[in-house]
Write a protein that binds this ligand. Structure first.
Ligand code: 13P
Ligand code: SF4
Length: 301
């Protein structure tokens, strides 16, 4: 990739100079994912690995809530996000005040908050979850009813796997809500024998028609374990590009939806982040203490 060589070389040198590590989500473009990242994974893996980082500086190649989670778990380290506008439609769908009102409406019902939220929303929660551990988190609470915020589809997809009553919010991922069951039927017709994997942020009718649903890491593991001849990942576009590198023998059918927020992160702004120490992620310490508790509780499930 000669077009990227200059930025890649500069980033690798800056990482050494500044004792920095780059954490990259599975939806980052291949040149970030494969060439400059030190740690890659789904939201759960990034949160877990963020705690073990032995560096002065963390650059989060992903969206803002992921950078906040890294900061919550590493309060003594500097965490940078290369573009502050890398947001998330789920995180934008709910405020801390909304969570307080839900608690008033359903007194005593535990609140599970998806990590795709602001630190202020996490601070109002009993425990966090990711798409990788949502069912286990629900079970861990031993409650007949739980509130699961803010992804309506994740909540409904988890509800289909448990007897626990799940009260949902109305948030949606703008990327995954666009997949339909008709897309899957058309894909199966056009590509006979294709294995369909879906992210649990997809609508329940999409998950019902898929062969498997799981987090981005779970989808990647599935391909490694089952080695399907032909596969389609109903998720963000870079996911197939990244997983395909390790599986040249698997045919990846690639209809996909781009996440405009994830795509705000580039080699150029990662380099600028390291050169100019920007943008530093800060969290109000009173919010951080309560939000950290909810994230850490999840990590022990
Ligand atoms: P994962 O936790 O599965 O990586 O998902 C994060 C995300 O933002 C999916 O849209
Ligand atoms: Fe948010 Fe969806 Fe983008 Fe993930 S893919 S960061 S949930 S908007």
């Amino acid at each position: 990739w000669p077009a990227f060589a200059d930025d890649i070389g500069a980033i690798l040198a800056l990482k050494r100079e500044r004792n920095a590590v780059i954490l990259a989500h599975n939806y980052q473009t291949p040149e970030i994912f494969h060439c400059v990242a030190d740690i890659v994974g789904d939201s759960l893996a990034l949160a877990r690995k963020a705690m073990t980082v032995d560096a002065d500086l963390i650059v989060l190649a992903g969206v803002h809530f992921m950078a906040e989670t890294a900061k919550l778990l590493n309060p003594g380290k500097t965490v940078l996000i290369p573009d502050l506008a890398a947001g998330c439609s789920l995180a934008d769908s709910i405020t801390a005040e909304d969570v307080r009102l839900m608690r008033l409406r359903y007194p005593g019902v535990p609140v599970i908050t998806y990590v795709n939220t602001s630190a202020a929303v996490k601070a109002e929660s009993d425990i966090c979850c990711t798409s990788g551990n949502a069912l286990a988190v629900v079970k861990s609470l031993n409650a007949p009813r739980v509130i699961m915020l803010p992804d309506e589809y994740l909540a409904r997809n988890v509800a289909a796997q448990t007897k626990v009553e799940i009260i949902a919010w109305k948030g949606r991922c703008e990327v995954h809500e666009r997949f339909t069951a008709i897309d899957i039927r058309e894909l199966r017709e056009a590509h006979p024998g294709v294995t369909v994997l879906a992210h649990p942020e997809c609508p329940p009718e999409v998950v019902a028609e898929a062969d498997f649903a799981g987090s981005t890491a779970a989808m990647s593991d599935y391909v490694g374990r089952h080695k399907p001849a032909r596969v389609v990942l109903m998720t963000e576009c870079s996911m197939s590009d990244n997983v395909a590198v390790a599986h040249p023998d698997v045919d990846f059918v690639r209809p996909c939806n781009l996440c405009p927020h994830m795509k705000r992160i580039t080699l150029a702004n990662i380099r600028a982040a390291l050169e100019q120490n920007r943008h530093i992620v800060t969290i109000d310490p009173r919010v951080a203490e309560r939000a950290r508790w909810a994230v850490e509780r999840m990590l022990f499930v």
